[in-house]
Write a protein that binds this ligand. Structure first.
Ligand SMILES: Cc1cc2nc3c(=O)[nH]c(=O)nc-3n(C[C@H](O)[C@H](O)[C@H](O)COP(=O)(O)O)c2cc1C
Length: 185
């Protein structure tokens, strides 16, 4: 599976780090990582992980300004893309088909080719502009999986909350993740 991971400058880069760690262990998944400059900034602000460490988790890494990269073309076959976390700026760019960088261009490719696109939009409170952008994309089949913690599975640590979000993302791609705690009634 060719899996594109876009990471943008909303708070919560740790979700992307954990997702990449999980996918690195999966021999059936080949990851393509694109991280915006503000995502790199937030990685440094919010976590103890270095950009070098995160790059090392992916199979291929592209510069977000490189609009000539493979994933920029629909002729390069991928199975889908997740943008986690997804800033309101990138959400807007995808909803408007603006394609100003490799993340939004690759998301545009997913839309035009009818491939799986999962966004983890993060902002609070949400304005009508944010909500309209999400609704527009949702109507086009984009899966909105915002990082919203669940408490029905009795999380004890921040890691539990992160694992739950990672599980919800992987569920969209039919990839199982044993560390996510599900509700069993
Ligand atoms: C510490 C920090 C936290 C931020 N959190 C958010 C957020 O949760 N949601 C959001 O939409 N923007 C957030 N921003 C603003 C984005 O980083 C900014 O809009 C940026 O232009 C996004 O660009 P990108 O989508 O190319 O990464 C945050 C910025 C900083 C510095």
């Amino acid at each position: 599976m060719e899996f594109v991971v876009g990471v943008t400058g909303a708070t919560g880069t740790i979700y992307a780090v954990k997702l990449l760690e999980v996918l690195q262990e999966n021999s059936e998944v080949h990851t393509h990582l694109i991280m915006s400059e503000w995502a790199k900034n937030n990685l440094a602000v919010e976590t103890a992980y270095s950009w070098d460490y995160v790059q090392g988790l992916a199979d291929v890494v592209y510069d977000n300004s490189n609009l000539g990269a493979k994933t920029s073309s629909g002729s390069y076959l991928t199975h889908g893309m997740v943008v986690v976390p997804c800033s309101m700026k990138t959400l807007s760019s995808i909803a408007g088909g603006f394609c100003d960088n490799l993340i939004s261009r690759t998301a545009d490719v997913m839309l035009k080719e009818g491939r799986k696109l999962v966004l983890c939009p993060r902002e609070t409170p949400l304005s009508a502009i944010h909500l309209e952008n999400m609704l527009k994309l949702s109507r086009l089949g984009v899966r909105m999986v915002p990082p919203m913690p669940a408490f029905y599975n009795a999380p004890r640590t921040i890691d539990d909350l992160i694992n739950h979000q990672v599980m919800k993302i992987l569920d969209q791609f039919g990839i199982s993740y044993a560390k996510g705690k599900r509700w069993h009634g």
